[in-house]
Design a protein around this ligand. Structure first.
Ligand code: ATP
Length: 277
């Protein structure tokens, strides 16, 4: 079913072009050329994301969340429309503007660590690729291990870590070069509920300390609300923005936040909207 309802903007997002807007998505469409014909994945997506803002992206399976994130990450060109980061277009005529991606960090559901590298070497790999010396890399890896709750694991190998610890290492790696924009695609999707709660708390404090703008894809409405300043809900394919819901809950949020009536109301309304799709 294609929904063409007007976008509900329940809050004051940064105005397009305003200095508050770090990431701007304008009229983005994505059509995949598949063997069985065209797949219209995204339609007329418009979104302005403020510096330091935490955006959660939710919607039914197959609605285009990963597609949008991959376009933002420079892994996939949009069929039409523009995406700018700090005013710089990240796609130019189907070509990636590598300059604009210097400050992006990516984290996916699979931590994708190199098994033959230690945790510290995995974390510092982007720095090595940028020509940073060994001593500085070591220092930064130790600092990041501390930040993501892996102190003392610098010399461990990925096989010695739990799933949650591997994801922490992946987050540390994405933070190694101080990204201003962090794009996360269901990073905790494969973790058990308790570990996921813990990771959400930690991500919140990492976000507060690192100050990066975050776009976070998740299937979990409560996770989306817990983490976000605004929750963006996409319609089923082709994905359009159905609503943008601000989450005006005080920070830092704790697990008790989830039992508050305000939290539960937002979650209930978003679930209701999702059910209407
Ligand atoms: N490379 C591709 N070629 C053709 N169609 C694709 C391709 N990648 C994704 N699609 C289709 O585009 C639509 C959006 O996919 P996408 O992975 O972005 O959705 P999603 O919301 O992230 O899904 P999920 O929540 O299940 O991960 C789906 O219908 C999918 O089948």
């Amino acid at each position: 079913m294609t929904i063409s309802a007007p976008v509900q903007q329940r809050g004051a997002p940064p105005a397009p072009g305003s200095p508050r807007a770090q990431l701007e998505v304008t009229a983005v469409d994505k059509i995949y050329q598949a063997r069985r014909g065209e797949v219209h994945a995204l339609s007329d997506v418009n979104l302005s994301i403020a510096r330091g803002e935490f955006i959660s992206l939710v919607g039914r399976s197959g609605c285009g969340k990963t597609t949008l994130l991959r376009i933002l990450a420079g892994l996939l060109p949009p069929s039409s429309g523009t995406v700018t980061a700090d005013g710089e277009s990240i796609w130019r005529g189907g070509k990636r503007n590598d300059e604009a991606f210097q400050h992006f960090g990516l984290v996916f559901q699979d931590a994708n660590l190199f098994p033959w590298y230690t945790v510290a070497d995995n974390i510092a790999l982007p720095l090595k690729l940028r020509g940073v010396g060994k001593r500085a890399r070591r220092a930064r890896a130790a600092e990041l291990c501390e930040l993501v709750g892996l102190p003392g694991f610098e010399n461990a190998y990925p096989r010695e870590l739990s799933g949650g610890m591997r994801q922490r290492a992946a987050i540390a790696r994405a933070l190694s070069y101080d990204p201003t924009i962090l794009l996360m695609d269901e990073p905790f999707g494969a973790l058990d509920a308790l570990t996921r709660d813990k990771m959400n708390l930690e991500l919140q404090s990492i976000h507060a300390q690192a100050g990066a703008t975050v776009v976070f894809v998740t299937h979990s409405i409560s996770e989306a609300v817990f983490l976000a300043d605004r929750v963006v809900l996409l319609t089923p394919r082709p994905g359009r923005i159905r609503s943008v819901t601000p989450v005006p809950l005080a920070r830092p949020r704790s697990l008790e936040t989830e039992t508050s009536p305000e939290f539960q109301t937002i979650v209930r309304e978003l679930r209701h909207e999702l059910d209407e799709e």
